[in-house]
Design a protein around this ligand. Structure first.
Ligand SMILES: *Cc1c(COP(=O)(O)O)cnc(C)c1O
Length: 368
């Protein structure tokens, strides 16, 4: 029997991709499975995404892209975060599409001595990666020359929103306009890629104009809304985190709990010991803040979350060592969701699930 378990529901994951497909029916779908599929487990998610017809898989790093090939995936894959010395030749040999985010990176890609499939990334306002507007002339000129010499095949042109989770933010229109300018400028240099793309989950759901040739769906596929402002109908959280109570003990008024004595009982109560902690990705910031579900009711976390364990207040809930505690899940049985944890901790659902690691065992439901 396991102390702590992450249960991935692939039926929910696939259904979420169907929901997103219906919102962007005319675009190809890229299932984003970076960071171990946002903590959900990349192998089952990648397989399930293909089963449901995702034309693309997307990851950040070359390493993650190679890992998908090692798992046996043979379809289109895009990666976008390479550092100098990246293995562009090996990526091309593995038929993985790469991103060029600067003229310098284009130079490096051309040196791979093999034709590389490239998506050109332009910065339209995020000011993170991508070629800034001041470099576009040089960027497109070099890309055109490299393409004419057969060194690269420019298959994509893309950018990324800074404020897609705030649908009414003026930056969204502005970034889309700048992207259109980039597309037009690239065309002047003879570059008209098959896939122009800019939408993540939030933009795919709220900005039909941004759907273009493909949409890059991450958080929504896991059943988590991008933001409380962007609620997407029909999503079901696909990951449940649960643990077996290690013990139960009574405390008296005035007794304080866990490191730093950051919570003190005002009446007699019963504590339950949950055997996961920040070593497993439970945020220490959940101390005295988040709730779990046990025996059909909610119980609050008391005191500081430790590396391996934390305490919950059982009150008069009948519970004993070995009983399961659901930290978060689909919400359908009254348990908190990752979004509830995010709200309690002043962060985003992305962070709650992606940081899960450590000593969980993993179970997968709905495998085909
Ligand atoms: C992570 C990521 C996405 C997916 O974003 P979601 O908000 O999770 O849908 C899309 N595109 C890029 C470039 C990303 O890094």
């Amino acid at each position: 029997m396991n102390n702590a378990e992450l249960i991935l529901d692939l039926d929910a994951y696939r259904q979420n991709l169907v929901v997103m497909r219906e919102l962007a029916p005319n675009s190809q779908q890229m299932a984003i499975v970076k960071a171990n599929a946002y903590g959900h487990g990349v192998a089952p998610c990648a397989r399930a995404a293909r089963e449901i017809g995702a034309e693309w898989l997307g990851v950040a790093t070359p390493h993650e892209a190679f890992a998908l090939r090692a798992l046996g995936d043979t379809g289109p894959i895009l990666c976008w975060l390479a550092t100098p010395g990246a293995p562009f030749r090996e990526l091309a040999e593995a038929n993985i599409d790469v991103t060029a985010s600067s003229s310098a990176q284009l130079q490096e890609i051309m040196a791979a001595d093999i034709q590389v499939r490239v998506h050109l990334k332009v910065d339209t306002g995020l000011n993170r990666n991508g070629a800034p507007e001041s470099e576009w002339v040089d960027f497109f000129e070099r890309a055109a020359i490299a393409q004419n010499h057969g060194k690269i095949h420019v298959v994509g042109l893309w950018t990324h929103f800074a404020n897609a989770d705030e649908p009414n933010h003026p930056a969204n229109d502005l970034q889309e306009q700048r992207f259109d300018q980039a597309v037009a400028m690239a065309a002047e240099y003879g570059i008209s890629p098959e896939w122009c793309h800019l939408a993540n989950s939030a933009a795919a759901a709220t900005r039909p104009s941004a759907q273009r040739d493909l949409v890059r769906i991450g958080i929504a596929s896991y059943g988590i809304n991008p933001d409380p402002q962007v609620k997407i109908d029909g999503l079901v959280p696909s990951l449940t985190a649960r643990a077996a109570l290690a013990r139960v003990k009574s405390i008296q008024p005035g007794d304080s709990v866990s490191y730093g004595w950051r919570w003190t009982a005002t009446e007699p109560t019963t504590l339950g010991l949950v055997p996961v902690g920040y070593g497993d990705g439970i945020p220490r910031a959940a101390s005295n803040r988040a709730e779990v579900r046990i025996s059909g009711t909610r119980a609050p976390i008391r005191g500081t979350v430790c590396m391996d364990q934390f305490m919950i207040d059982l009150g008069d809930v009948p519970a004993k060592a070995g009983d399961w505690v659901t930290l978060f899940g689909s919400g359908e049985s009254g348990e908190p969701t990752a979004e509830d944890w995010a709200q309690a901790l002043d962060t985003i659902g992305y962070e709650i699930v992606t940081r899960l690691s450590g000593r969980w065992t993993r179970a997968v439901r709905g495998e085909r």
